[in-house]
Design a protein around this ligand. Sequence first.
Ligand code: PMV
Length: 342
Amino acid sequence: MTDPLIEQYFAQILPETLSPIQSASAYAPSNIALCKYWGKRQYSLNLPHNSSLSISLAHHGTHTQIQHSPDDQDHILLNQQEQPLNTPFSQRLLTFCNHFRRNQPLPLLIHTTNNIPTAAGLASSASGFAALTLALNHFFQLNLTSRTLSAVARIGSGSASRSLWHGFVYWFKGSHPLGNDSYATPLEYSWPDLRIALLQLDQRPKPISSRNGMNHTVDTSPYYSAWAELAEKDISALYQAINEQNFPRFGQIAEDNALAMHASMHAARPSLIYWQPQTLSQLHHIHHLRQQGLPVYATIDAGANVKILFLAQHQHAIETELNPSAIINPFSPNNPKIPLPL
Ligand code: PMV
């Protein structure tokens, strides 16, 4: 059953009938928030309590191709493997496509490839829904603006609203009841020396989805309102640090913000803990490296994996000390092209 608010939102932006082309494809990068989104003021449209700011993960993301189905059923391929249509993954994806198709019989063949582990705290849903939104926009010749595409991707997964651009992206929380003003926009700042490393500590899917985790935190954590207030202050301070390219300040705000988000979940009833022992030991290691004079900062999403922020001149030390599974240059001139309208 479709949510009436979602139906209302899509009725505002879609034509009466869709005119698909033969095939469309799109790439979108994953992103990690430096000031996190945690908690919704409205559940079905993913309208957040606080604004957030992210950095995109360059070539770590999702390619999605959409074609007409060869028969009268939908088909979903994830990393070349056909998925049963009744899995939560397929259902979420098809529900999203149905917002576009409404009652039109348009069976699709959707082929999606992730070059990051699905559901391991590395935000594959962000790049997944962003790439799907871009591919659907092209496939159905919708010509939606980038703001609308961001708001649409947000309905798939909140953080997907920020995955339509490379670099720094700011998602305004907005206040419109249908979320017309809750979209993301890229920041003009480039920081060519900034690097992100992924410490892959746990490849298992997280035990509780970020959707359920944040709803539980909003509903039960006595610290939730403090978190939402703090996030608004952090985002202004972070914006300022980016503007000044003040790396220690930038890194410290991002790390503090992530730990404050986790504190809000740790205080939920019952407590929600995504960390594993290795998460905490890496945090201590990073604090120790900082005390020794290496400017390195951590951020952690709804999972056990740690992502780190550092500058290019320290790459060798980071590789030696932390053995990352990937190092990302978010402002590389070779980043894959994102097919986004102006
Ligand atoms: O968009 P979701 O439902 O995957 O939630 C993302 C939540 C965090 O990754 C923890 C924070 C964020 O802003 O990306």
